[in-house]
Design a protein. Sequence first.
Lengths: 602, 587
Amino acid sequence: MTPRHAGSELRRRLRETGGHGRKLRGLGELLAPYRWRVVAMFTSLVLGTAAALAPAPLAKVAIDQGIQKHDPGALYGVVAVFLVSALVYGVATYAQTYLVGWVGQRVLQDLRLKLFAHLQSLSIGFYGRNIAGVVISRMTNDVEALDQLVEDGLATLIQSSLMLIGVVVILVVMDFHLALLTFIALPLLFLGALAFRIASAGAYRLTREKIASITGYLAETLSGIRVVRAFGQERRHIEYFAQLNEENRAANMRTVYLNAAYFPAVELLSGLVTVEILLIGGIEAINGHTSTGVVFAFIAALNNFFNPIQQLSQLYTTYQSGMAALDKIFGLLDEQPEIVDSPDAEELPPIRGELRFDDVSFRYGTEENDPTLPWALRDVNLVIAPGQTVALVGETGAGKSTFAKLVARFYDPTSGSVLVDGHDLRTVTAHSLRSQMGMVPQEGFLFSGTIRDNLSFGRPDATEAQLRDAASAVGADDFIMALPQGYDTEVGERGVQLSAGQRQLVAFARALVADPRILVLDEATANVDVHTEGVIEQGLRRLVAGRTAIVIAHRLSTIQHASLILVMENGQIVERGTHEELLAAEGRYWDLYRDWAEQAAA
Amino acid sequence: MATFWRLTGFLRPYRRATIWSFVLAFGALIGTVLIPYLTGVAINAVRAHKHHELILLALAIVVAALARLVFSALRRLVAGQVSLAVEVDLRNALYARLQALELSFFDRQQTGQLMSRATVDLQSVRFFLGYGLIFIGQSLVTILLAAVAMFLLQPGLAAISLAPVPFVVLIANRYGHKSRPAMQEAQQRIAELTADTEENVSGVRVVKAFAQEARQLERFRHTVQRVFDQQLLATRVQAFYNPMISFLPNLGLAAILLFGGRQVIHGSLSVGAFTAFYAYLLMLISPMETLGYMLGAAQRATASGARMFQILDQEPQIQSPPGAPALPAGGGHVTLRGVGLTFEGTTTPALTDIDLDVPAGQVVALVGAMGAGKSALVSLLPRLYDVSTGSVSIDGADVRSVELDSLRGAIAVVNDDPFLFSATVHENIAYARADATREEVVRAATAAQAAGFIEQLPDGYDTRVGERGLTLSGGQRQRIAIARAILADPRILILDDATSSVDASTESAIKRALGDVLAGRTTFVIAHRLSTIALADRIVVLEHGQIAADGNHDELLEQSDLYREIVEKGMPNQVFLTRKPLEVVGR
């Protein structure tokens, strides 16, 4: 599948998983374990909001009952209630801030764990179809967008909504007539907010894109700084960067325009509504239809009416991106692993290491067998005896790595079956299979941590002696001991602190510590100096000795030492035998060997 | 504080706009203060049943609200412009400085750190300069004006109700102090979590191959818990300070209700004055909070500014001397005299006492173990680093005496693991000469044996590298890098083991092409294998940063044990189908 297809496939899935139902259900599941805290959270939010609304009606009572009627007792009562409400507000705000933070963060971390566990359960095929960066961004950028919503907005979102409802209720109760007059502004506000949302969504998205491209360009030209220097292209990059900056400025300017139009307009509207109430309410009060206290309190409460609207508008973009992120995250969680243990899968007993391919054919692709795709492997029949070293030889794309992946059951064959000691791989648990199998990838992928951590990766309970034995067996001990902290040296992200050759040796030792019965090894082609190359070759021999080994081979020495060479072409095994047999047969292997010799002579 | 004033210096080009935004902010502010005042007066008019006055006052409020609209919209526009202009200036200045700094600076710095200066730190500076200063001014003036108005109305009541103000500001400021380190640590832990995620996604094959899913999940759970713990700490700080900040102003309100109410009852205060008082205090709440937060933002901006100045104050060490002449014309005659090089932060020299004279057009192979100094030596020619002792000259001119662009324009480098930009294939090949025509690009690609696979790409030469997961193999990247160097048409070509990851047939094709390309240029080849060495007229063996031997193949077999070892040991370990040992030639 081409990356372009993978992209549109991904988008299609995302669209399918959209919809509020899915999101609400998903959120419900995530919140369920903390339901009591959620209840407490809402209680404190409601209490806090109610207490925040109290000053306006209390002021009204103070004026009408205390001040106007010259009743100090009533005034003191109101002040006492006022202080109590302020205290309730303080306590509720504390509880609410803490609970929103707690629940929000707990749910986010649960979501991260859930995603992580899910990613681990997905088959290698998924990672082949999807770009690693996109998958990582689900776990990082998308969860962070939600984090932003939790941090900045969740409390405000709920509070402002509650506040708005509360104010409306208070206004209606205080004076139904004046309340109706206030709500005349609502359609205007609604339209304004709608226009602002529509216009700003695009504008804010653009600013995010622009700043992302600035960051991307910066990262790229910084990591490629040697090339920039070597070709003396600094000026061009500076000019282009300035252009990106200018675009970013223009994009941001659009949001400035929008904000400059929207927020002052809401302010104006609040001023106009104040005047409206003042005039109409004032005249009513003059005519004795209502009290001055009501008008005053009403105007004080109007502040609380417009504030939440402004706050909600400001939150809108955070809310949008949070919801979009949630969509994508649930889309990923809906992805089903293709290779799962069958319900009646058995533990694979300790194996001898016999490997059999029965009529195995395989084509890449999603779930269904798509006949338009080419075969990656075709009609492979083969028995590998325990302890044999098999070298796979052939050009890129001949099917060598596919062969190796089927052995590790990273994929299931499209037809036919792969058997270990007579057990079909589909009938045993993945864990029991892989714990008896070792894999050495080409680049020697290491995890950040110490050398010791990496060596014991496949067998966490390995003793110090076992680690050292393995390291010295593959010839890694020398360089490890020469490192400043020996086995406790940090290798850095992906092992960057080590050279390619050293990483390779550590990967060998790691596989040796795991002591697998079957070993799958993709030989590295990286250029290393003569000395390291010799050590690697020795290490490789020690590693494959005594176990069934499938080696995707590049070195002649490796191939010569193999007990069986499989020459692959277009997904098929075209020749098999030892080095001498194949040379004597003067077939494809002989051709390859001759080409190679001729080039050497050229 | 010095940093703070230096930061405000970035506003200098926008002095007028900055002054305007302050003026406009105060204009808007007057509207904001006026409206509750007029409302108070209007309420008094209502009490006094003064119909006409009420209508006039209502009109006045409308005018004030309109004025506020105009002022505040304009203020947003002007301040937005200033803030964004400062951002552009700062970021361009940072980038230009980064582009001017020498490589040894980047050897010492982590890319992530540099990036955060240009993004996170820059944002906080820009926000503060563009908005923070105005908010501080606005809040201060609001508080001051309201305070003055309140004192004029009723000094005693004013003193009581304003008492909580300094506390709110102090507490908000303290909150900023406390929460910043907590948040930063949380960010740091999230970064760890991101790294963890990346590693596990990239290394998923290893995890699965060793059946270590459960253990990795357990580790990840630990990392996630660390994030949660820290976030909760930050939440606690927030939960503690937030209610305090919002609680204190309520005390002022309660005080007004109590004391002001009593005064009204006793007749020493009008209801209108009372309501105005109340409204003023309501109006003060948000400036008080803003002031506190903005003082925190000022501290943040100062700290960020200090980090940015670390870069801006870094003087580039490798620069063209003022008025330097261009590299003189010539064929690429390279001379190193007594060259020593010690990289910054290290004690063992990478090169010592190198004397080397390479006539124009010669092809020199540099041979030696890892760390022998091969790459260090060639990096001196385009002045990626400067010598610690001795001198490097090209066509008679010391590289330090000539104009840098002309020097680097005369040299092209192809690395072992070449870096391509995420641009089209065409743009990558035409990197050194952006004006190259498609024809020239195709010619260079053809010479580098890259034309074949480029045409197979989805959009040919217009295919973007690295997009949508389109990754090129090491061999393909190398050939594009060779084409890039060919198109630069350099006087001196440096090949850093440039054909290591291509298969045998491509390699020999590249070698054939290189034969033509090398003609007429001085070439340095860093070589690990004999097939590459075979291209050279002359072989220089480096050992521990010194020249151990110098001569042609036959001479060196005689003279140099090290070279002999490389030749002998090099052969049986060659890679089948990708490399070609000379051993086979004899068969």
